[in-house]
Design a protein around this ligand. Structure first.
Ligand code: DAH
Length: 344
């Protein structure tokens, strides 16, 4: 039996030395060292030997097995390293090959407008409000009541609101103005922020109206803020956004949360003020709503209107984009037709 073991050791060593691939080596291991391998079949016969022989031959069998294991491991390391080198050599990347064609995506025109406007206001000292102050799913309380819309007042009908079934009075916000409330509850003056976001209104969709659109809300509250500050900031904004030579005008208007309130028009970009279809013959285009924050709103958030004053404004992102690029249908922004989108 001992001779048989020696033969196994010799043959196996030989085959291990000759193995030229990891697979060869696996086969040798299987042949000699597996459960059904040659070494094991000898170990199985040990039981027929005398106790003395069992001890000697058993110990030798283990020695053979250990030696073979060690040889296989070391040879395996060599072979594996070698095969890896070969593989890596074959896989060298040819950096001169032309790459696959991938059409480049673009930033959506509405996002471009938001980015542009945010940058303009950052240049004027405003920062972007934390997004948690302006959730799209809002309470009627914040969206209307805190903004001085009296209960059951027809002013609520100015904005056709989507009500949800989540809980009574939980709505999809109809305007970003509620963000003013959350901001002022969380931060006392001086406040100088803008807040871009999505709003929803239950309107029939047309070339001019969509039931989802975007607004940018602005708020500035401090001591000694006057309507002149509001005019200065908004004129500056219009000058940068539309170009320096475009005249603006402030028209008296009404919003429950501002007093006095105004709508800001820019001279029509199509006809330069002569009157055309885009401006319905008026020569002017309305671009945003604004006003001095109503004393009741300041009181609602615990700010003393005797000490502080401020202004707020809200603008439609779609409208501003349409005016700048002469786009005549708001639905184009939402259809995701790449022929439209890739022009920007
Ligand atoms: N929230 C108003 C709207 O959706 C726009 C607006 C007007 C916002 C005046 C303001 C503001 O902050 O002062 O029609």
């Amino acid at each position: 039996m001992k001779e048989k073991l020696e033969l196994i050791l010799n043959n196996a060593s030989d085959e291990i030395n000759k193995a030229s691939s990891v697979q060869d080596l696996e086969n040798v291991k299987l042949k000699y060292l597996s459960r059904k391998g040659e070494l094991n079949s000898i170990k199985k016969n040990l039981k027929d030997l005398s106790d003395e022989d069992k001890r000697i031959v058993g110990a030798f069998a283990n020695e053979v097995s250990n030696k073979l294991e060690a040889m296989i491991t070391s040879k395996g390391d060599d072979l594996y390293g070698h095969e890896l080198d070969e593989k890596l050599k074959k896989e060298t990347i040819d950096i001169t090959l032309p790459s696959d064609f991938r059409p480049q995506g673009k930033v959506h025109p509405l996002t471009q407008t938001v980015n542009e406007i945010v940058e303009i206001f950052q240049g004027l000292g405003f920062s972007v409000m934390p997004s948690e102050y302006s959730p799209e799913v809002e309470t009627e309380y914040i969206n209307f009541d805190m903004l001085n819309f009296p209960p059951n007042h027809p002013a609520k009908d100015m904005q056709d609101t989507f009500y949800t079934k989540v809980a009574p009075n939980v709505i999809l916000r109809s305007q970003t103005s509620g963000a003013q409330i959350r901001q002022m509850i969380n931060q006392k003056p001086p406040v100088r922020v803008i807040s871009p976001g999505r709003v929803y209104r239950c309107e029939s969709v047309s070339a001019r109206k969509n039931n989802l659109f975007h607004q940018i809300e602005g708020l500035l509250v401090d001591k000694d803020i006057t309507f002149a500050d509001l005019k200065g900031i908004l004129n500056e904004f219009v000058r940068i956004y539309f170009g320096s030579s475009r005249p603006t005008r402030f028209r008296a208007s009404y919003f429950p949360f501002t007093e006095p309130s105004a709508e800001v028009d820019v001279q029509c970009i199509m006809c330069g003020g002569k009157g055309c279809r885009t401006c319905s013959g008026t020569g002017w285009l309305e671009v945003l709503g604004a006003g001095m924050v109503h004393a009741n709103v300041l009181k609602n958030v615990g700010i003393d209107p005797e000490i502080y004053s401020g202004f707020a404004f809200g603008m439609g992102v779609e409208r501003l984009t349409m005016l700048k690029y002469a786009i005549n249908d708001i639905r184009l922004f939402f259809n995701n037709d790449t022929r439209f989108l890739k022009q920007f």
